[in-house]
Design a protein around this ligand. Structure first.
Ligand code: NAD
Length: 512
């Protein structure tokens, strides 16, 4: 069959027309609750991905040339479009990912907030500024600016199909880049919707944000397509494969990977508030949250009360696919198997389920695990399900030690009424983000950077760091006048360096 004959004719009923591309077939996205087909999408092959990136290159130049004001205006038009069609998008997220519509609305609202911040702060963060030239270049003006990278590739997961990829896309666009986005094969309809919304809201630079769909091979092709940077959000094992593929072309990478986040509940904590936050942090979105709370270390004086408060709240949660449910089905059936394995391992190795512990198809009962050995999978590996281990510890120091004894380091939480102690614990937690007396809050503060350490990855989205992540620093000096003596010329008099040495001796020599 010729390439022309392979041209895809699939249209996505949810997002309008998907562009015609050469493909290696199609795939379906389905509703995790019912199995109903949400959309049929092309599997874009390496050539289709390359063509998309090539189409993005002139768009990147056009987009960059619009400057901060032109981009801010168009980012505002985009977020206006998202806000006006929020319910349509929330419904699609609900159908394709399984989460309750109310949670989808929250996710879209967070995204709009980040789009606003990124557009408003790009100039101040990245625009040209003068810096001190220093003693040796006193006759020069020195300038710093952060320039876009061109086309940025974004590969995303399915768990927050709007908020997570837009954490890279919004900041990359605000920094002046074009974006080619490969959404998860479990949420292609949401990805296609986001790009179609861009085309509708920003028709004059429509190719500045495009989508390619498919599985891992489409993602791998994007890694090899000569993008200026590859922003990856997903699991650590896939992250390693992405880095290896990007290494072939020395393409820089941003790695937003998994987590095993802990909450520390100290002696003086507001136990009811800590329990309420732990339950939301662990169970919302069916626990499929990279920064979800998966472990709690509660000190001996509060442990029993905390377990009782959590267990009571958890017993009131009902997983289902209706709008009144606390959370929906697991987005992927395979993830339910991971949860089952972790719960079985925990109970087989001496732990017990205070409540829950059952998996019914893609519906996982909210589960609280007690007395689970630290070396078990439920404590060491990312579970990504509505489960929580609670462990009794001597004091906050032991809690911190155990919190930090994992290869992951994405985020975490501390509950204590002592501001000084809580801030100290938060700073010493080996993670990129920590919230005190709440959970997940840092993600809703656009000015704060988001990213991890260790197996949770490197690089940052959100905030000023997130804008700079999608740029390269450019340094410029401009000679303003000529000094009588030029130290960097073969015509310099020998005495000039002696004089310089004397000055350096006087200025710096007194420091011991
Ligand atoms: P995943 O690693 O299975 O897939 C992520 C993306 O990578 C998908 O789009 C997939 O198609 C693509 N991919 C697969 N193989 C590839 C390859 N060889 N080359 C290029 N791309 C490839 O992850 P997932 O199951 O979609 O998402 C869940 C994971 O994401 C969890 O570990 C979660 O903690 C993590 N996550 C992290 C953050 C964060 O910001 N740190 C946010 C959300 C999710």
């Amino acid at each position: 069959m010729s390439r022309a004959e392979q041209l895809d004719t699939v249209t996505d009923t949810t997002a309008g027309t998907v562009e015609r591309h050469a493909t290696t077939g199609t795939f379906e996205s389905t509703d995790p609750a019912t199995g109903a087909v949400v959309g049929v999408f092309p599997v874009h092959d390496a050539q289709a991905v390359q063509e998309t990136v090539e189409r993005a290159r002139p768009a990147a130049r056009l987009w960059a040339d619009l400057g901060f004001d032109g981009r801010r205006q168009r980012l505002a038009a985009y977020r206006g479009h998202l806000a006006r069609r929020m319910h349509e998008l929330a419904d699609l997220v609900h159908r394709e990912n399984g989460k309750p519509r109310a949670d989808a609305i929250l996710e879209i609202t967070l995204t709009i907030d980040h789009l606003t911040w990124a557009g408003a702060h790009a100039r101040r963060t990245l625009g040209r500024r003068r810096v001190r030239a220093g003693m040796l270049a006193a006759d020069h003006a020195a300038y710093l600016e952060y320039q876009p990278l061109g086309v940025v590739g974004v590969i995303g997961p399915w768990n927050y199909p709007v908020f997570t990829p837009m954490g890279s896309i919004a900041y990359a666009l605000a920094a002046g880049n074009a974006v080619v986005f490969k959404p998860s094969e479990h949420t292609p309809a949401v990805g296609a919707w986001l790009a179609a919304a861009w085309r509708a809201a920003v028709p004059d630079v429509a190719d500045a944000f495009q989508v390619v769909t498919g599985n891992g091979s489409t993602g791998a092709a994007l890694c090899r397509a000569g993008v200026g940077k590859l922003a990856f959000t997903g699991s650590a094992p896939t992250g390693r494969r992405v880095m290896a593929a990007c290494a072939e072309t020395l393409t820089p990478v941003l790695m937003e990977l998994g987590g095993k986040d802990a909450m520390i509940v100290d002696d003086d904590a507001d136990v009811a508030a800590a329990a309420d936050a732990a339950v939301w942090g662990a169970m919302s979105n069916a626990g499929q949250t990279c920064i979800g709370i998966e472990r709690v270390y509660a000190t001996a004086p509060v442990y029993d009360r905390f377990v009782a408060e959590v267990t009571e709240r958890v017993r009131g949660l009902r997983p289902s696919s209706d709008d009144e449910a606390a959370y929906g089905p697991m987005t992927m059936a395979a993830q339910a198997d991971v949860v089952r394995r972790h719960v079985d391992d925990a109970t087989a190795s001496g732990g017990r389920a205070a409540t829950g512990g059952t998996v019914d198809g893609v519906l996982v009962a909210p589960t609280v695990l007690l007395d689970v050995p630290e070396e078990s999978a439920a404590v060491q590996e990312e579970t990504f399900g509505p489960t929580l281990t609670i462990t009794r510890v001597r004091d906050a120091e032991e809690a911190l030690e155990r919190t930090n004894a994992t290869s992951y380091g994405l985020a975490g939480a501390v509950f204590s009424r002592s501001r000084v102690k809580a801030m100290d614990l938060a700073r010493r937690m080996r993670s990129g983000m920590t919230s005190v007396n709440s959970v997940l809050t840092f993600a809703s503060v656009p000015a704060l950077p988001f990213g991890g350490v260790g197996e949770s990855g490197f690089g940052r989205i959100h905030g000023e760091d997130g804008l700079k992540e999608f740029t390269r620093a450019k340094a410029i000096t401009r000679r303003r006048f000529r000094l009588p003596v030029d130290l960097t010329s073969f015509s310099r008099p020998p005495a000039a360096v002696d004089a310089l040495a004397r000055v350096v001796g006087v200025v710096h020599g007194r420091h011991r």
